[in-house]
Design a protein around this ligand. Sequence first.
Ligand SMILES: Nc1ncnc2c1ncn2[C@@H]1O[C@H](COP(=O)(O)OP(=O)(O)O)[C@@H](O)[C@H]1O
Ligand SMILES: [Mg+2]
Length: 463
Amino acid sequence: MTPEQFLEFARVLPEPLLLVSSEGQLLATNQPVADMLGLRRQELRGRMLLEFVTESANDVVKYLQACSSSRTMVIGSLTLRKNDGQTLICRSQGAVIQPWSPESSALILLRLENRALASSNFVLLNEKIDELAKEVQKRKQAEEALKKANQKLEIRVEERTTALQETLNELQLTQTKLIQAEKMSSLGQMVAGIAHEINNPVSFIYGNLYHAHKYTQDLLKLVQVYQQVFPNTPPEIQEQVEEIDLDFLFQDITRLFESMTVGTERIQEIVKSLRNFSRLDEAQLKQVNIHEGIDSTLMILKHRLQARDEYPEIKVIKKYSQLPNVTCYPGELNQVFMNILVNALDALEVSAVNGQPLEVNLRTTGNQTLTKNNPQIEIKTEVIDEKWIMVSIADNGLGINEQIHSKLFDPFFTTKAVGKGTGLGLYISYQIIVERHNGQLNCFSVPGEGAEFVIKIPISSVS
Ligand SMILES: Nc1ncnc2c1ncn2[C@@H]1O[C@H](COP(=O)(O)OP(=O)(O)O)[C@@H](O)[C@H]1O
Ligand SMILES: [Mg+2]
C-alpha cells in the first residue's frame, strides 16, 4: 500500500491510523491522528514519530522493528506529546504492511487508542455493571420481600383458618348444648306433666281408700252381728257364705287394703320424686335440701339398682351428714347427680357382666371378675367448713384408666358404644358445678377398684 492508497483508505475510518517507515518517519496519517495531537495533517507529513512521543528514540525504534519483523500485530504503548504541551497515553497496535526490501524500508501501520478514553469506557462499563448488579440486587430484595409477604400471608390465612375452625367447633358445641338443654327441659316438662296428671287420681284413690276400708269394715261388722243374732241361717245364705269363703275374706280384706295403701303411698312418693327431680318451678336459685335431690334421683334410677337377668342388685350405701340447705339451681344439680350415678351404674353393669373394664382395649384385667358379687355405690355428704359442702359418689366398678383420666370432662369424650354414650354427661356436669355454682368437680380412680366423683359447692355464695 502506498501512502496515497493508505490515505484514501484511512480517511473514512474514525480511529487514529498512521503509516510509518521502520525508521519512524511519518508517511501518512488520517484526520483523527491530527486531532489527537492538535495539529493539521499537513504539518505531520515527513516528520519523525519521535518528535511527537515522549519515549526514547531507542524504545521507539525497537518497537517499530518488532512490528516490522513480526507477522502478527504487536501491541505497544506510546505517550503522545500534544501541541498544547499535554501528554496522551495511547495503546498502539502495529503491523507490517510492506516488508523491507533493498529498494525501500518496511512500512508499518500503527493504530492508536486513547487509554483514557478506553479506561473511561471501562469506567462506564463498570458503572453499567454496577448498575446492573444493583438492579439485580434490588430485584432479589423485591423477590425476597415478596416471598416474605407471601409467607406472612400464608401464616395469616392459616391463623384465620384455625380461628374459623375454633369458632365452628365452639358453635357446634353450643348447638349440642342447646339441643341437650332443650331435651332436658322438654323431658323435665314431660316428667312434671305426667307427675301432675298422676298425682290427682292417685290422691282420689289414696283419700278414698281410708273411707272404703272403713265402710268395708262396717259392713263386715254388720254381717258378724247378723250371724250372732241369727246363728241359724237359711241354707241359701249358708251356701253363699261358703261360696265366698267369708272367713278368709274377713282376714284378707284388711291385708288387701293395707297393701293398696302402701302401693298408693309409693306412687305418691314416685310422683313427688319426679316433681322434685324435674323442679320445673325452680329454675331460679333456691335454698334446698341436697339429700332430697339425691334421693329423688335414686328413686328414678331404682329400676337399674334392682337385680335383673344377668345383673346382680346394686347396693346403695348412703353416708349422709347433717347438711344445711344449699343455695343452688336444684334442677341442674339433680342433673349432675343423675349423670354421675348413671355413669357409675354403667361401669358396674359392664364389670358385672364380663368383669372387663369399659375401656376394654386400654387395660388388661385377666379373668378377674372384679365387682360381680358386690357392686355398690357409696354416696357420702359432708360439711367441709362454714362455707362449703361436699358430695361424693363412689362406685366399685372397674375404674378409669390413667390414659383417659385427663379427657373425662372433654365434650364428646366417651368410651361407650355409639348410641349409648354421648360424651356430654361429665362435660355438662362440670359446667353446672364449676361455672353455674362456682364449685369444683373432681374424679379420683384406682383402675380396677372403682371411681369416685367429688362435688364441692359453696353453701350460699353462688353469684
Ligand atoms: N364411674 C365411672 N367409672 C368408669 N368410667 C367412667 C365413670 N364415669 C365416667 N366414666 C368414663 O367417662 C366417659 C365420659 O362420661 P360422660 O361424659 O358421662 O359420657 P358418656 O357417659 O356418654 O360416655 C365415659 O364414657 C367413661 O369412659
Ligand atoms: Mg354419662
